[in-house]
Design a protein around this ligand. Structure first.
Ligand code: ADP
Ligand code: MG
Length: 161
């Protein structure tokens, strides 16, 4: 697990943008955390890092949105409860873009139906209003060769132990 701290919404976006160059086709990122933790902000930074030109919005009525970038970005938001059933019906593996990167705003609602490989990013409210803690946990072997690089790009935000 890699623990980071950000000091503003732009800081979180900047952190996410630094991760983008490490992303590969078929990657899945699972974003966990309460409402307002910064999952959409993280996705927006990631999109910027992927060279996505269109604005990434928080889709209130849309489960899935796709964006063109260096790699295609698929943004899934399961915040709404009816999205949970939709997602279970669809199955996360069916949503995964083999050629692109899939980001799921998970909101902690569902823990089943995940494929065995993903990068989990758990966001928590920090002490100050604009502080957030981010804990990144690679699950499965896909991220193992990239761990050193991941730690390196996250250097400015790493929480000292
Ligand atoms: P979520 O998608 O998890 O519900 P959003 O990204 O939509 O959260 O909203 C995060 C809110 O918190 C925004 O209003 C943003 O401006 C604010 N914020 C304050 N500090 C931070 C931070 N360090 N990182 C991310 N968002 C932050
Ligand atoms: Mg959101």
């Amino acid at each position: 697990m890699i623990a980071c701290r950000t000091k503003s919404v732009d800081d979180t976006k900047a952190l996410a943008a630094e991760i983008a160059p490490l992303l590969q086709p078929a990657d899945l990122l699972v974003l966990a955390g309460d409402l307002g933790a910064g999952k959409t902000a993280f996705t927006q930074g990631l999109a910027r890092g992927l060279g996505v030109a269109d604005p990434v919005t928080s889709p209130a009525f849309v489960l899935v949105r796709s964006y063109a970038g260096r790699l295609p970005l698929v943004h899934v938001d399961v915040y709404r409860l009816d999205h949970v059933q939709e997602l279970v019906d669809l199955g996360v593996p069916e949503l995964l873009d083999e050629d692109g990167v899939t980001v799921v705003e998970w909101g902690d609602v569902v823990t089943a139906a995940l494929p065995p490989e993903f990068l989990e990013v758990r966001l928590d409210h920090g002490e100050g209003d604009d502080e957030r803690g981010l804990r990144l946990t690679p699950v499965g072997p896909a991220w193992a060769p990239r761990l050193t690089a991941l730690r390196q790009v996250l250097g400015p935000w790493l929480v000292e132990r």
